[in-house]
Write a protein that binds this ligand. Sequence first.
Ligand SMILES: O=C(O)C1=C[C@@H](OP(=O)(O)O)[C@@H](O)[C@H](O)C1
Ligand SMILES: C=C(OP(=O)(O)O)C(=O)O
Length: 426
Amino acid sequence: MKLTRAENGLRGTIRVPGDKSISHRAVMFGAIAEGTTTISGFLPGEDCLSTISCFRKLGVEIRQEGDYVEVQGTGLHGLQEPDEVLDVGNSGTTIRLMLGVLANTPFHSCLIGDKSIAKRPMKRVTVPLKQMGAQIDGREGGQYTPISIRGGNVKGMHYVSPVASAQVKSAVLLAGLQGDGVTAVTEPEKSRDHTERMLRAFGCEVQVDGMTVSVQGGQQLHATHIEVPGDISSAAFFLVAGAVVPNSRIKLQKVGLNPTRTGILEVLQQMGASITIENVQNEDFEPYGDVTVEYSSLRGVEIGGDVIPRLIDEIPILALAAAQAEGTTVIKDAAELKVKETNRIDTVVDELKKLGAHIEATPDGMIIHGRTPLRGASVSSHGDHRIGMMLGIAACLADGEMLIENSEAAAVSYPTFFAELQRLQQ
Ligand SMILES: O=C(O)C1=C[C@@H](OP(=O)(O)O)[C@@H](O)[C@H](O)C1
Ligand SMILES: C=C(OP(=O)(O)O)C(=O)O
């Protein structure tokens, strides 16, 4: 895709698509609940469509029309042995959470994904799930796909996770929910809590004590209606665009504001961005509100510690904001970036360097010296949706034409991203 600078800024109102984490969970929990779950505001992006396709192969009837979905739940014990492999495509959330769901199903399933999934570590879930009783095998001892699982006889346990990961926490809790006894997960920092909130919406009891979350096994989930708010991780591209492209003002409607996800807002405000939040609603389940951003001059900051899990997917676009901020930005404690769709430390640094940014990789993050004028260049998403979209926003600032190879990757989480970007250009 070829893009040119947004000479007159980006202005207008956007409704970003549904939250990816919440959309996945609504389908999965609906599938194992009793009764019919309805979902509005669902994200019809490739990752969430992979989740639907896998659950259909497990015998679940699912109707999806755009952002509306109906799931005919089978109950905890109603899933059927699939006669095909379960292909998760590019989605880490699908494979890791599904392994948790399958940990106590008394049948065999085989899971695969794309080239990126084949490089992502799975022992972080296969190790605890095996300890709970599931039989799992995979390349390099259960580290990489293809992975096969035969579930059954899951026993609750207290798992102390070495990483703050909502995928690990959710996989272990989903397994524990179907097993005997209590299952608890303790993490080093708090990761996104959509699983905890949604299990409660499905009628389950979930205990939260500091960094530990626990559930009693054998609880039945009851179908419900899930309203999915806009994805703050998708909104992040336009939040940064509005803040760094001169003459911009963008209003983002119904953006999810779950406090375990709002690190991006806090950091942009610390950097000096002009952001206002209005009409906050739905605080009992997943809060959302309208967020307006205006062009302002930014300054460099230090980003690390417990905010990292609350903005992990926003680091590629934050790196671009930092390249446009006065002074130095240090991003640390973010080694998890290396095991995302790409090694996001390397892909961000390599692609932003091509545009003239002063950025260097560190073992757990990056250091960015601003403010640098950017130039158009030939760049690539490397098949990573968040890298492709970050480069799309960089194009709005760059002098000269930008050619983004494999920009279609955006469809994983935001199929209409480039159309919206064009619409906002004056
Ligand atoms: O649970 C989830 O929905 C997600 C958790 C995060 O991954 P980790 O659990 O690996 O931190 C995040 O990066 C991913 O985009 C979605
Ligand atoms: C890391 C991401 O997703 P997943 O782990 O589900 O592939 C992401 O969307 O940035």
